[in-house]
Design a protein around this ligand. Structure first.
Ligand code: NAD
Ligand code: G6P
Ligand code: MN
Length: 432
């Protein structure tokens, strides 16, 4: 039987993860699940674990859900370690989003200054987790969901040497699920190919006869059900740009392609109801009030208000594809190995891949046109600076990352935001 360890077990997404495992129980026989959290998440993880146990009991499967605040107790013999933690909890995300906003810059969880600081806080911790795994479960797979998912995965594989790491995100899956109906097709009928970085990838699509339908889908991209997660404001993409690139950008590209409109919208929201992080704080309270109810035995609908909805389908499907050696095609963060020719072979990229017992095998995309090549090389260079700065605590490198990031203007204001975030997050940044 399979042993799953989930780091950040107190996440409100855990019931969704349980639902994914319960649905797949016949093909993926889970024996025990360990939810790991820290002191600050003790109450949450206890509430979630009781709901998780009720879900397994209601399904009639003999699975035991354990809770611990000491990951060394959970890790021995783990087959899959899934990570969904948030260093500093939602309070830290509020700072990530508020501080840039107060300086007129985009305050967003994984993009701009906030995204860089989420990486600064998280990378040292993923390093410690891997150190423990090396000792306690040397054969386990690390299935990372923790944001910024691409950079955390790159740190895990390239810096901390855990080759058996796969990085996940729900964005590609949502596109595959929602887009086809816009052209009268059902999910699964079309062939998707994705390439790029996490929260910064494009895709092309073909029908079952091999005709490319990318441009047909592009016609519907600005519709409400265009395939974007609910946390992203759907500013309409400039169609001339899309017709020129002949690829479908991901929802997060709006922060770059529609930078002024996205910033204006985010500032308006900020003034009205606070940052998205503050709004999610309220949603989380609602969710935990529901989770506390001993009558609740399934994932509540309200979880759909969170942008990460459906992630468990990706996580559980990926784990099952490894366990059952499925050769299943999924979009994941993994080593490039030439799939995107303009990026280094050992860079971590988010690409369509075949998932089997040996992990993810990227499908070759090939050349990127000049504009996308330029974006990718800048964004990857920025990520590399962030990761190195997160490990060394090198201030100059952190400033280089800030300067490279297209959502942070170069000069004094950007530096001020860097300095303020360093002070605000001091407790979680021992490396600086
Ligand atoms: P959350 O704020 O509820 O955090 C989850 C739990 O992690 C909390 O209970 C917290 O106490 C715990 N935690 C913090 N530090 C820890 C540590 N060192 N060890 C163990 N646990 C620790 O977060 P959330 O909103 O549920 O999101 C969880 C994570 O998943 C975040 O990193 C978020 O960005 C990410 N996420 C990723 C995607 C994706 O597409 N990849 C989608 C949604 C969320
Ligand atoms: C998206 C992303 C995640 C992101 C999340 C934010 O869909 O793929 O990586 O963290 O949703 O959602 P939230 O509801 O917390 O703002
Ligand atoms: Mn994501």
């Amino acid at each position: 039987k399979i042993k799953i360890v989930t780091i950040g077990g107190g996440s409100s997404y855990t019931p969704e993860l349980m639902e994914g495992f319960i649905r797949r129980y016949q093909e993926l026989p889970v024996g025990e699940i360990w939810l790991v959290d820290v002191d600050a998440g003790k109450e949450k993880v206890e509430i979630v674990s009781r709901l998780a146990q009720r879900m397994w009991d209601a399904a009639g499967y003999p699975v035991q859900v354990h809770v611990t605040l000491d990951r060394r107790e959970a890790l021995p013999g783990a087959d899959f370690v899934t990570t969904q933690f948030r260093v500093g909890q939602l309070e830290a995300r509020i700072k990530d989003e508020r501080i840039p906003s107060l300086h007129g810059m985009l305050g967003q969880e994984t993009n701009g200054a906030g995204g860089i600081f989420k990486a600064f806080r998280t990378i040292p911790v993923i390093g410690q987790i891997i150190e423990n795994m090396r000792e306690l479960c040397p054969d386990a797979w690390l299935i990372n969901f923790t944001n910024p998912s691409g950079m955390i995965t790159e740190a895990a594989i390239r810096k901390f040497g855990w080759k058996k790491t796969i990085g996940l995100c729900n964005v590609p899956g949502i596109a595959e699920m929602k887009e086809p109906e816009n052209i009268g097709c059902r999910p699964g009928e079309l062939v998707y190919q994705f390439a790029g970085l996490n929260h910064f990838h494009w895709h092309r699509v073909w029908d079952k006869d091999g005709n490319e339908v990318t441009e047909k889908l592009l016609e519907h991209i600005n519709e409400r059900n265009g395939g974007t997660p609910v946390n992203i404001y759907q500013a309409p993409f400039p169609m001339e740009l899309l017709h020129s690139m002949k690829m479908i950008p991901c929802g997060y590209h709006r922060y770059y392609y529609n930078a002024d409109e996205m910033l204006a919208h985010s500032m308006e929201e900020f003034r009205k109801g606070g940052t998205r992080a503050e709004q999610m704080h309220r949603v989380e309270k609602e969710l935990f009030d529901l989770y506390r109810n001993p009558e609740l035995k399934e994932k509540p609908e309200q979880l759909g208000k969170r942008g990460g909805a459906y992630y468990s389908d990706t996580a559980c499907e990926c784990i099952s594809a490894i366990y059952n050696n499925k050769q299943k095609r999924m979009t994941v963060s993994t080593e490039n190995r030439g799939a995107i020719s303009c990026l280094p072979a050992d860079s971590i990229v988010e690409v369509s891949s075949l998932i089997s017992a040996k992990g993810a095998e990227p499908v070759a995309w090939g050349e990127m046109p000049p504009a996308e090549r330029g974006w990718l090389q800048v964004m990857k260079a920025m990520e590399e600076c962030v990761i190195e700065a997160a490990i060394t605590g090198d201030y100059g490198l952190a400033l280089e990352a800030f300067t490279l990031n297209p959502l942070i203007p170069g000069g004094k204001e950007g530096k001020k935001v860097l300095d303020e975030l360093l002070v605000a997050h001091e407790t979680y940044l021992p490396q600086f």
